[in-house]
Design a protein around this ligand. Structure first.
Ligand code: TXA
Ligand code: MG
Length: 349
């Protein structure tokens, strides 16, 4: 199959064409503010199965359902608590997915067999227009091959899925760069399942207490039942193994210097790059203090290492507050939670 690149800035009919394909039961790569999604009609089991097939995604990993208007929410879920409206009011349209008990309209194929559904109202104008024109809710996981880093440009989508899907919409680079925050309201206390574009601190401001799922901080074995099935799979990973080094930037850079040889990749903060002048495979992902830049660049850099002849990759990592929690989580997952934590004393040796 030839994958068509639809360019709304050059072609007025591009978004309508994407919507027509979606209505016809096809899958389409679509830009959102977080990452590119691989969309299909969330209510059409056959269409949704094509998403799982194209990505090679395990069937028990539920899909997020994207809507264009808040009014679309009640038909898709049940027992909506006030907290859902408070979150929607504060953060929609935007990078937040809210999990609620699903209505019968959502097929189990879409929900990965669960009785809940994750809903998100994206802020990207093209995403919203496509959903509006398609007139159906759109199920969309990140548009990468399962296990690979998420896609933040149309080119990334083509790199992974060209020939497997009929079309991708060119919407430029994603502004957030990491996926949406996933919170479940289907438990007695709201629980953060995946950190993302909306921070834990922002959620706490609206809801008060928010539990944090343990899958954020540890590797979950394949046979463990988890709240967000996606959290147990190896994710975001370049081909070479990644080792995360936590600690202050000066210490971690110093530590990494002592570990590298000629086939080591290094992912570091901008200001640390000069320390690795001898190394050919250094990639930077923003200044140590600039987590927005880091979020924006992390997936592109992880993908870039696959084009380099590296045997292993050392990565610096921001502290886990604000958007840093999401960036840090993606790097830890890329490393399969292979983490070296330096205390200041060790690093200074
Ligand atoms: O920013 C995003 O969320 C992007 C864009 C395209 O919207 N989508 C995305 O989808 O990241 P995906 O499938 O790559 O990640 C969704 C995560 C998975 O870890 C999945 O297990 C979890 O959300 N999830 C989805 N529905 C769920 C549910 N009903 N219960 C628990 N976890 C759920
Ligand atoms: Mg994904």
């Amino acid at each position: 199959m030839q994958t068509e690149l639809l360019c709304p800035t050059r072609d007025d009919t591009a978004l309508a064409r994407a919507a027509t394909l979606l209505r016809a039961g096809e899958v389409v790569g679509i830009p959102t503010e977080t990452v590119y999604g691989l969309g299909a009609n969330a209510l059409d089991e056959t269409a949704v199965r094509k998403i799982f097939a194209a990505k090679g995604r395990p069937q028990d990993n539920p899909l997020i359902v994207h809507i264009a208007h808040l009014q679309d929410m009640p038909a898709l879920c049940m027992d909506i608590p006030t907290a859902a409206y408070q979150l929607a009011e504060a953060f929609w349209p935007g990078p937040l997915t809210i999990i609620l008990p699903k209505s019968t309209r959502i097929p189990y194929v879409t929900s990965g067999g669960l009785d809940t559904v994750g809903l998100r109202l994206p802020s990207h104008p093209m995403a919203r227009e496509i959903i509006r024109l398609a007139q159906v809710p759109i199920a969309a996981p990140s548009a990468n091959l399962s296990g690979r880093p998420s896609t933040t440009t149309a080119q990334h989508v083509l790199d992974d899925l060209a020939g497997k899907i009929p079309a991708v919409v060119e919407g430029g680079a994603c502004t957030v760069g990491v996926e949406s925050t996933v919170i479940t309201l289907a438990l007695p206390t709201p629980r953060l399942l995946r950190p993302g574009g909306i921070t834990l601190e922002q959620l706490q401001e609206v809801l008060g207490t928010v539990d944090v799922d343990r899958a954020l901080h540890e590797k979950i074995s394949d046979d463990t039942r988890v709240s967000a099935p996606g959290m147990k799979y190896r994710h975001y990973a370049p081909r070479a193994p990644v080792i995360v080094v936590r600690g202050n930037p000066a210490d971690t850079a110093q530590y990494i210097r002592t570990q590298t040889d000629c086939d080591t990749g290094i992912l570091c903060f901008d200001e640390c790059a000069p320390l690795f002048e001898q190394n050919s495979f250094v990639r930077t992902f923003g200044a140590a203090e600039d987590v927005h830049a880091q979020a924006n660049q992390i997936f592109d850099r992880l993908r870039e290492f696959d084009t380099l002849p590296v045997q292993r990759i050392f990565a610096q990592c921001p502290p886990e507050n604000g958007l840093g929690l999401a960036v840090s989580n993606r790097i830890a997952k890329a490393a399969g939670f292979s983490i070296v934590t330096l205390t200041h004393k060790e690093g200074a040796k």
